[in-house]
Ligand binder design. Structure first.
Ligand code: HEC
Ligand code: HEC
Ligand code: HEC
Ligand code: HEC
Ligand code: HEC
Length: 245
C-alpha cells in the first residue's frame, strides 16, 4: 500500500510537468470543476456552489507546490487532497456467497466516496493552491446529494433547473453497489468463478487491481472519458473481465 502511494506521488509530479501535453484528459469531463461554468453556460456554480480553485487537479491531488506534505496529519486521506469520510458509517455490500468481506473501503475508494457519498462538499480539500485567495471563497459549499436544499447541488440539480444529480449520489449505504475493497478472488486461479489477472496491476484491457483489491478505480478511470461513465471497459464486457459465470 505504501509503495503504491509513493508511486502515485511520483507519477503526480511527472504529470504536472506534462499536464500541458494533455496528461489531464480529465479536462472537459464532469470532474473538471474549473471549466464547469463556461461549459455549462451558467455563472451559478463556482462562486456560489463551490470554490473555483483554479486547477482541476487539486480537487483530488495535493497541489504540487506543497511538495511532500502529508495530508493525513490534517485529517486527510493519505496521498490525496481530500478528507477522510466518516469511515465507520459505510454499509458495504454483503451476501451469503461473498467470500471476502470487508468493513471499511480502502483509501483510494474513500477518495471517490469523499464526494460521491454526499457527506462532504465537492470543494472541501485539505490544501488550497498557493495564490488562491480566500476572498474568492464560494458563498456555499454544496455536496453531491439528491436532496433539494441549501446544502446540496440538487438545489439546482433537481431535473428542472439542471440535470438531476441524485444518481451520482451513492450514499454511505453501498449495499446496492458492486462490492469494493475486497481482495480479488481470482488471484493465482484461487477461485474457479474468476479469471486470473494478466499481471500484478490487473488485466490487459485496463481493468486495474490496487494492492490486489477491487476498488472504484478498478472499473472507472476518471482520467479517461473515452468510454461512457468513465469505465475502463465497455459495460457489456466489463463484468466478464473477472467473472467467469
Ligand atoms: C476526481 C479525482 C481526480 C482528479 C480531479 C484528478 N485526478 Fe489524477 N488521479 C486520480 C486517481 C484516482 C488516480 C489513480 C488512477 C490509477 O491508478 O489508474 C490518479 C492518478 C494520476 C496520476 C498517476 C499516473 C496515472 O495515470 O495513473 C497522475 C500523473 C495524475 N493523476 C495527474 C492528474 C492531473 C495532472 C490532474 C488535473 C489535470 C488530475 N490528475 C486530476 C484522481 C484524480
Ligand atoms: C471532488 C469531488 C469528486 C471526487 C473526488 C470524485 N468525483 Fe466522480 N463526480 C463528481 C461530480 C461533481 C460528478 C458529476 C455529477 C453530475 O453532474 O451529475 C461526478 C461524476 C462521476 C461519474 C459519472 C460520469 C459521467 O460521465 O456521467 C463517475 C463514473 C464518477 N464520478 C466516478 C468517480 C470515481 C471512480 C472517483 C474516484 C476515483 C470519483 N468519481 C471521484 C465529483 C467527484
Ligand atoms: C444555481 C444553480 C446550480 C447549482 C447550485 C449547481 N449547478 Fe451545476 N449546473 C447548473 C446549470 C443550469 C447547468 C447546465 C444545465 C445542465 O447541465 O443540467 C449545470 C451543469 C453542471 C454540470 C454539467 C457540465 C457539463 O458540461 O456537462 C455539472 C457536472 C455540474 N453542473 C455540477 C455541479 C455540482 C457538482 C454542483 C454542486 C457542487 C452544482 N453543479 C451546483 C446549475 C447549478
Ligand atoms: C465492478 C465494477 C465497478 C466498481 C467496483 C464500481 N463501479 Fe461505478 N459503475 C460501474 C458500472 C458498470 C456503471 C454503469 C452502470 C450502472 O449504473 O450500474 C457504474 C456507474 C457509476 C456512476 C454513474 C451512475 C450513473 O448512472 O450516472 C458513478 C458515479 C459510479 N459508478 C461511481 C462509483 C464509485 C464511487 C465506486 C466505488 C465506491 C464505484 N463506482 C465502483 C462499475 C463499477
Ligand atoms: C475486477 C474484477 C471484477 C469486475 C470487473 C467485476 N466484478 Fe463482480 N465481483 C468481483 C469480486 C472479486 C467479487 C467478490 C467475490 C467474493 O469475494 O466472493 C465480486 C462480486 C460480485 C457480486 C456479488 C456476488 C455475491 O456472491 O454476492 C455481483 C452480483 C457482481 N460481482 C456482479 C458484477 C457485475 C454485474 C459486473 C460488471 C458490471 C462485475 N461484477 C464486474 C470482481 C469483479
Amino acid at each position: 500500500m505504501k509503495n503504491h502511494f509513493l508511486w502515485l506521488a511520483a507519477g503526480a509530479v511527472l504529470a504536472w510537468a506534462c499536464a500541458a501535453q494533455g496528461a489531464g484528459t480529465i479536462l472537459g469531463t464532469k470532474h473538471d470543476f474549473t471549466g464547469l461554468n463556461q461549459r455549462a453556460g451558467v455563472t451559478a456554480m463556482s462562486g456560489v456552489a463551490f470554490s473555483d480553485l483554479g486547477s482541476s487537479c487539486v480537487y483530488c491531488h495535493i497541489p504540487p507546490e506543497k511538495g511532500n506534505v502529508d495530508s493525513s496529519e490534517l485529517g486527510g486521506n493519505p496521498g490525496w487532497n481530500r478528507f477522510l469520510p466518516a469511515t465507520g458509517a459505510y454499509n458495504l455490500y454483503d451476501s451469503n456467497t461473498l467470500d471476502n468481506k470487508v468493513k471499511t473501503p480502502s483509501p483510494i475508494s474513500l477518495l471517490c466516496l469523499s464526494c460521491h457519498d454526499g457527506t462532504m462538499a465537492v470543494d472541501m480539500t485539505v490544501f488550497k493552491p498557493n495564490g488562491w485567495r480566500s476572498s474568492e471563497d464560494a458563498a456555499m459549499h454544496l455536496r453531491i446529494h439528491g436532496e433539494d436544499d441549501m446544502m446540496n447541488c440538487a438545489k439546482c440539480h433537481n431535473g428542472r433547473v439542471a440535470h438531476n444529480i441524485a444518481i451520482k449520489h451513492l450514499d454511505t449505504d453501498l449495499t446496492n453497489d458492486h462490492p469494493i475493497s475486497m481482495t480479488y478472488a481470482g488471484l493465482t486461479h484461487g477461485d474457479p468463478d474468476f479469471r486470473a489477472p494478466d499481471g500484478p496491476y490487473g488485466f490487459d484491457n485496463g481493468v486495474k487491481l490496487y494492492d490486489n483489491k477491487v476498488e472504484c478505480a478498478t472499473c472507472h478511470n476518471v482520467h479517461n472519458p473515452d468510454i461512457t461513465l468513465l469505465l475502463r471497459a465497455p459495460a457489456a464486457r466489463l463484468c466478464e473481465t473477472c467473472h467467469i459465470k
